[in-house]
Every structure is written in C-alpha cells, then in structure tokens.
Ligand binder design. Structure first.
Ligand code: RIB
Ligand code: CA
Length: 314
C-alpha cells in the first residue's frame, strides 16, 4: 500500500511529541517534514524539541522547518505553564546540534504541496497555515486533507469557558483557515476537546508501555511527569490528557472517531475569543467546511497507540 505523505505542523510540546512518535512508527504514512509553529513554546524551543524527539526515534533524516514566531494579530501567549520551562516537561533532554534549514516552514509547505499529494496534521495554532494561504492559496488548496487538533464543540475550553488553546492562541489564523477551507470546498477534520479529553495517559497505561518497551516508556515518562502534576493541579485527574496523538490516530484510522459535517467559524474577539462556533443545526445556512469529531472509540485508540509505541525499535 502506498504511504500517504504528511506534514506535521506542530508546537512540541509534550503531547505533540507523542503524536510525532506515533506517526513515525505508523507504516501507512511518510512524514515528509515537520513545521514548527509558535504555541506551547516559542518556535526556536519547539525546533530544538522536535530534534530531540527525532533523535530518540532515530529519524534525524526528517527535515524540520521553523515557522511563524507569533500569532497573526494577538500577542503571543505560550503554554509553558503546562509543558514546562523547556517545553518538554522539564525533561531537559540533551540538545541536538545543527539541523537549521535555509527556508522557513511556510516556504517549505508552499514548495512541497504543489509538487506532492500531501496532507497536513496540524497540532498547534494554525498560524503557519494562515500564512501559507496569504502567500500561496493554490498550495493550501492542494492539501490532500487537513486534520486539526483544536477547538471544542460541547466540551468546555481549556483557556476560557469556551476556547481551546490552539484556536485561542491564534484565533485569526484559525478563522482564516476555516474560511479558506469553506472557499475551497474543503472540510477540516476538527479533533477537539470533546474527543481528546477522553484520551488520558494514566499511570497504569504508562506502566504497561514501560513493561513492554522500557526505552520508549522511559522516554515518555521523562517528558510527561510535569504534565501529570499539571493535570492533578488543574483538572484533578491522575494522568494526562494527550490531545495530539488522537489527531494522528484519526488520520491513520478514521473509524477511531465519529462526528458530523458542519459549518465552523472562529470567534476572534471579546469574551469568547478563540471559540470554535459549530453550527450543528445549520442556523447560518452555510455549507460545511469541517467534519467535527465528537465521539471516540478509546479502546481502538489505545490498541493502536500501545501496539505501535511499544513496537518502537530504535
Ligand atoms: O489544547 C490542546 C492543544 O494545545 C494541544 O495541541 C497542545 O499541544 C496545545 O498545542
Ligand atoms: Ca500541540
């Protein structure tokens, strides 16, 4: 079976790192590049963290490109309180030297998307994608499919009562991307908090990974410890919600989540800034520009995640 080419647009980030790991051990896909966007951590830090993950996975053949350093309009607000001072759970893993590229992430995307049939899995704020639309709309429209970890439908937000971080950090970018999808008759697969909140890496699940693959388990334990503490403090759960791997898992196997087609727009100001407004009842009588996933088969996710992550052989 021909591998599907993907770009992972990401702000690594603890859960981003787990998502990258899952993609790299999935035979269905070829990661043609990783584009870094400001989000959980500043771009330069995200670039360093992506190198650390690729080094652990033995995949320093995959190019990483630095993208946008700040949101389109809003002041940049990171999430280092959640991901630690180093953006990787204060694991303070050894830096990987070099790897700088001559071109930035948006140029990379514009180049490859017009040459190759390629999808984008967006795991951070959508600033890079919004800049791509500005720079080369044809390249954006050439994207095979877009899966975005972001937003929320009926679930409460994690940055405000109604807003999820990726769309809250850069609401103008998210609005731009959903509008461009609408104009191009594309549908963005929105993997929001409604489904990702159900993906909790509990101590027992981590212990299982440790038992099956000590090296992979140890790496995951190192980068998630800080995340556990954060989740206990803020969400009073024992474990950590790993949002981003679900976006990769859904790309790999659409049966893991289910949902519905809908028109989605993003609020860019006021008290509900960053809210993904999901017009489930079609009040606005607009055609769909999204598939909103609101149900997840968690057993199916964990079966895939465990099998592939414990199979890491690096
Ligand atoms: O709200 C969760 C999302 O924001 C995840 O992608 C996390 O990594 C952060 O980017
Ligand atoms: Ca992320």
């Amino acid at each position: 079976m021909e591998k599907k080419k993907i770009i992972i647009d990401t702000d690594p980030g603890i859960d981003d790192s787990l998502a990258i790991m899952l993609a790299l051990v999935s035979p269905e896909v070829e990661v043609v590049g990783i584009s870094i966007v400001c989000g959980n951590c500043p771009v330069d830090m995200g670039f360093e963290n992506a190198k650390k993950v690729l080094k652990f996975m033995g995949r320093l053949d995959i190019p990483i490109y630095k993208g946008e350093k700040k949101p389109l309009k809003r002041e940049y607000i990171d999430a280092l309180d959640t991901h630690g001072k180093d953006g990787l759970g204060e694991s303070f893993l050894e830096n990987v030297p070099g790897y700088e590229k001559e071109i930035d992430a948006v140029t990379f995307m514009a180049d490859i998307l017009k040459r190759e049939k390629c999808s984008v899995i967006a795991l951070g704020p959508m600033t890079n994608l919004a800049r791509l639309i500005e720079k080369d709309r044809e390249a954006f429209e050439a994207i095979e499919s877009i899966v975005s970890m972001g937003g929320c439908f009926k679930s409460y937000g994690n940055c405000s009562p109604v807003a999820e971080y990726n769309y809250w950090c850069d609401p103008d970018a998210a609005k731009t991307v959903y509008k461009a999808a609408f104009d191009a008759d594309k549908k963005i697969s929105m993997i929001g908090l409604d489904v990702t909140r159900k993906i909790v890496l509990t101590p027992t699940r981590l212990e299982y990974i440790m038992r099956k693959n000590e090296k992979a388990g140890d790496f995951i334990k190192k980068i998630t410890k800080f995340y556990y503490d954060f989740h206990w403090e803020w969400e009073h759960i024992i474990g950590c919600v790993i949002n981003d791997p679900l976006a990769v898992a859904y790309f790999l196997d659409k049966s893991i989540c289910s949902g519905f087609e809908s028109y989605v727009d993003i609020e860019t100001g006021g008290i509900s800034i960053g809210q993904s407004v999901v017009d489930e009842m079609a009040f606005y009588k607009m055609k769909s520009n999204a598939v909103v996933l609101n149900e997840v088969n968690t057993e199916k996710f964990w079966e895939m995640f465990f099998e592939r992550i414990t199979g890491i052989n690096n």
